[in-house]
Every structure is written in structure tokens, then in C-alpha cells.
Design a protein. Structure first.
Length: 498
């Protein structure tokens, strides 16, 4: 098979990521509509017709293998169920709540079929169909249509795409741009292709963690004896080959900070501490004095670059944002304390538990739950969102929709933890290891990119407790694909006869 046929699924998955991220960060539905459905349809078609084939099988055999795996995968059926649940409200519109001036009370119109999922506005709800089905198609295509080598390549593509978007953002800062692509439309706050700083912050923080995991996997090759064997072992150990991913690490971290998202700044610091500690401890235990000097030098250089990033090259306003990060501010944002959004979302969910009020139904139902005091401080800019993804999805999709979303996520996460536990157990049960990993051994037997994936996706979940990263499809697709690609770094399973 030629190169295109061998990689056509991977190419279309990457094209979906690029489309979501470069078309205004995935937030302009009118611009996504002509592109995303076609790319998703092609990715699904090529998953079924031209999946990547192993060296030991023909294309026909690869196709049969993928079809069997898809038929047995609960993720396929959960994705179909969620898609159907999102389609039904398009034909079961309830309309917006109406305030009766005479009775001084709100009236909620009933949809044609009260026992089925409904929405307030079909056009607004339809935006969700541009988010979830294409992302789930990409996840299924990655899981079944792309081999391990392809998954490793795809994760690296995600990181370099982030680096390219970071360069765009830095160019905007240098040139004093007032629009995302230097156009006529003026944005009050933006970075790279994202018109909302917290979207940019969440996106680049996730990619910072992913690229750091990939870089450590390459740079530590043959140094700490990492164990798991991601399959990315190189005979050539040149500095460029080992450390070129450090460029993506620094660009993505710099972009997360330059976005001026307080959550991203805080989470980047957490990622640096967690992954930096993981890397430093591993290398320190497995190197001699000379290697430790190099490690300390590298840490010093990294700290110097971080210092320059926060001082000499810092964008305007960074100091103000950093100073505003206080424990009380973080707790207020996470708990929703002192503002009405979390309370209103819970009230909407209480009244519409099963199916919610439909996509983007929250701002339509908001007014009837506000107190006179709330109306005096009503948020206009950004007030259409709860700034807590879990609460907004519960209010708008109910237990059924949000439950299916969690099922889809668990079907990606649980197998990863299962394989990780087996890897740790098999390593512990093995006889004396030729190159034992650092301590704790269970941690350093895991592939470094998996650690990066877990830290990065965990950071996004933390961000979603006080904001809305999962309502941006560019972040959503990278988050899901990171989990789908992580299995590509596990060592091959050697089956033995019963």
C-alpha cells in the first residue's frame, strides 16, 4: 500500500484536530459547519475501509480485524446512544420560558413529546452535534484504525500543532494585533485562535503536559532504563534527536502563560512541579555524578527561562493576573460560592433531571431562577455559561446525557488503568531485572507519555471545576485523543499458550 492509503485514517483524524483548533478554536459553529461533518464522515469511512494494517496482515484482514473490534467495543454503542440523545431534541423543541406579566410568574412551554429529550432552540442545540459525534468518531478511529506507531505519531502531531498555534499567539503579541488573524473584527481578549483566554490557557496547558511526557520519553532513553518500553527506542542518541521535543514543551508552556488565564498559570505551575519532580527523581537515581551535574544544569536553565518568561518577555498584565491568584479566589471559583451560576444550574437540574433543558438551554432558563439581588449583579459577558462544565452539562443534558458522556470517558480511561496495573504487576512478579527502574518502581515502569497524559487530562478536569474547557471542541478533541493515543506507548503483549 502507498503512504496515503496506509495513513489515510490518521491524516483525517489530524485534519479534524487542525480544523477545530485553527477555526477560531472551534467556537464558531457557522465556520465549522462546512468542514467538520465532512471530515468526521471521511474519518469514519476510512476507519471502516482503509484502517492501518499490521506488517503481518493484508488490508482485507486489517479491515476484518477492525470490524470485529468495533462490534465488541462498548464505546461504539455509548457513542451511538449519546448521538441519538442529542439528535432527538432537534425534532422536539419546547421553546423559551415565558414570563406572564399578569400572574408575575414564569411559564415553561412543553415540547411535543414531554417524555423525550427536548431543547429551547434547535439551531443552538445543534452545535453540540458539531462537538461530540466528530470527537467520538476520532476516538474510535484512533482506538481501532490506527496502530501503536500511528498513535505515537498522532500524539506528537497534537503537540506540534499546539506549538504552531503558540507561535501564532506570540506573533499577535509582538505585532499588537487586535484580531485573531489580523482581520477587521476586533477582539477585546484573545490569544492565538482562541477568543476566550481560558480556552487558550486550558488548551496549551494540556499540550504542555503531553509534550513534556513525550520529551522525557525521548530524552531519558537509555538513561533511567524506563522499563515499559513505549516502542520509541533509538539507536542514535544525538542531542537533537533526544531533545527536539523540548521546543514544543517550551512553546506550549509559554503560550499557556501568555494567554493570561489565571487557571492556566496556576495549573502550569502544578504540572511543572509534578512532572518536574517525576523526571528529576527518575534521572537522579539512575545517573552518576556527571549525569547529575547535567540534570542540575538543565534544571537551572529551565528555571532561568521560566524567570525570563515571567519578567523580560512577559506579556502586559501577567503580573496582575498572577497577583490575583489567591487560595480564597480559587475556592470561590471552584465552589461557585458568592455567585449565582452554580446555584441556578443545580436548580435547573433539579427541575429537569432526566434529559435537562437541551444544548445552550441554560441562558434561556436562567432568568426565572434569579433573585432580585442576583439581577443587580447579573453577568453579561460570559453569563451564558455556568463556568463549571459538570453542572452545565447536568443542567442541559440531564442524567441521561451527562451519564453517557461519563460512560464514554470511562471506556477510554478504565482500560488504560487496567493495562497500567497489569504492567506494574508483571514487573513486580518478574525475576531480577537487568535494568531495574528507579523507585517507586511501579511508577517508573509506566511509559512517561502516559504520565504526561494523566497529568494533562487531570489538569483540564481541574480547570473545568471553575470554567468551561470541555465546551470548546478544540480542547475536547485533544483531551479525548490523548487518552486514546496513550495505549500506543505500552509494550506489546506477548501471548503465551494456555
Amino acid at each position: 500500500m502507498n503512504f496515503f492509503i496506509r495513513n489515510v485514517v490518521l491524516i483525517h483524524i489530524a485534519a479534524l484536530v487542525l480544523a477545530f483548533s485553527w477555526i477560531h478554536g472551534g467556537t464558531r459553529a457557522e465556520l465549522l459547519l462546512p468542514v467538520i461533518p465532512w471530515l468526521a464522515a471521511f474519518a469514519l469511512e476510512f476507519l471502516l475501509i482503509f484502517p492501518q494494517a499490521k506488517s503481518t496482515e493484508t488490508l482485507s484482514e486489517a479491515r476484518s480485524r477492525v470490524w470485529r473490534a468495533l462490534a465488541r467495543d462498548p464505546l461504539l454503542y455509548a457513542a451511538l446512544a449519546l448521538t441519538v440523545l442529542l439528535v432527538i431534541p432537534l425534532f422536539n423543541v419546547a421553546g423559551a420560558p415565558i414570563f406572564d406579566e399578569a400572574l408575575k410568574q414564569w411559564h415553561n412551554p412543553r415540547p411535543p413529546f414531554a417524555w423525550l429529550p427536548s431543547c429551547v432552540n434547535a439551531d443552538e442545540h445543534a452545535v453540540l452535534l458539531l462537538w461530540f459525534p466528530p470527537v467520538l468518531v476520532a476516538a474510535l478511529a484512533t482506538k481501532h484504525g490506527v496502530l501503536k506507531k500511528g498513535k505515537r505519531l498522532l500524539l506528537e502531531i497534537l503537540c506540534w500543532n499546539g506549538a504552531a498555534l503558540a507561535l501564532l499567539g506570540f506573533a499577535q503579541l509582538v505585532t499588537g494585533a487586535t484580531s485573531i488573524f489580523w482581520g477587521k473584527e476586533v477582539f477585546s481578549q484573545f490569544f492565538s485562535t482562541f477568543g476566550y483566554p481560558n480556552f487558550a490557557g486550558a488548551f496549551f496547558t494540556l499540550l504542555f503536559a503531553l509534550s513534556a511526557g513525550l520529551w522525557f520519553d525521548r530524552s531519558s532513553d537509555g538513561v533511567i532504563g524506563i522499563h515499559a518500553g513505549s516502542g520509541t527506542r533509538f539507536e542514535e542518541t544525538s542531542v537533537i534527536r533526544s531533545h527536539y521535543l523540548l521546543v514544543a514543551v517550551l512553546l506550549n508552556m509559554g503560550a499557556a502563560i501568555a494567554s493570561l488565564s489565571r487557571a492556566a498559570i496556576l495549573l502550569c505551575a502544578v504540572v511543572v512541579v509534578v512532572l518536574g519532580g517525576y523526571m528529576a527523581v527518575g534521572v537522579w537515581q539512575k545517573t552518576e555524578a556527571g549525569g547529575r551535574v547535567k540534570l542540575l544544569t538543565a534544571i537551572g536553565v529551565a528555571l532561568l527561562m521560566a524567570g525570563l518568561m515571567f519578567t523580560v518577555f512577559a506579556p502586559k498584565g501577567l503580573g496582575v493576573e498572577v497577583k490575583s491568584i489567591t487560595p480564597s479566589a480559587v475556592m470561590d471559583r471552584v465552589t461557585g460560592r458568592g455567585y449565582y451560576h452554580a446555584r441556578v444550574a443545580r436548580a435547573i437540574f433539579h427541575d429537569h433531571r432526566l434529559f435537562g433543558v437541551g444544548g445552550w438551554g441554560y441562558p434561556h432558563h436562567l432568568m426565572q431562577y434569579l433573585t432580585p439581588e442576583d439581577r443587580k449583579v447579573m453577568q453579561i459577558d460570559g453569563g451564558a455559561n455556568v463556568h463549571n462544565d459538570a453542572l452545565q452539562f447536568l443542567a442541559e443534558q440531564g442524567v441521561a446525557g451527562y451519564g453517557l458522556m461519563l460512560v464514554c470517558v470511562s471506556l477510554l480511561v478504565v482500560p488504560l488503568f487496567g493495562r497500567a496495573m497489569r504492567l506494574c504487576r508483571d514487573g513486580a512478579e518478574a525475576a531480577a531485572e537487568a535494568t531495574p527502574p528507579p523507585q517507586p518502581a511501579w511508577l517508573y515502569r509506566l511509559p512517561a507519555p502516559l504520565i504526561g497524559v494523566l497529568v494533562g487530562t487531570g489538569a483540564t478536569v481541574c480547570h473545568s471545576l471553575g470554567d468551561l474547557p470541555f465546551r470548546d471542541p478544540a480542547i475536547l478533541i485533544v483531551w479525548v485523543l490523548a487518552l486514546a493515543c496513550a495505549s500506543g506507548f505500552f509494550p506489546a503483549v506477548r501471548k503465551t499458550a494456555g
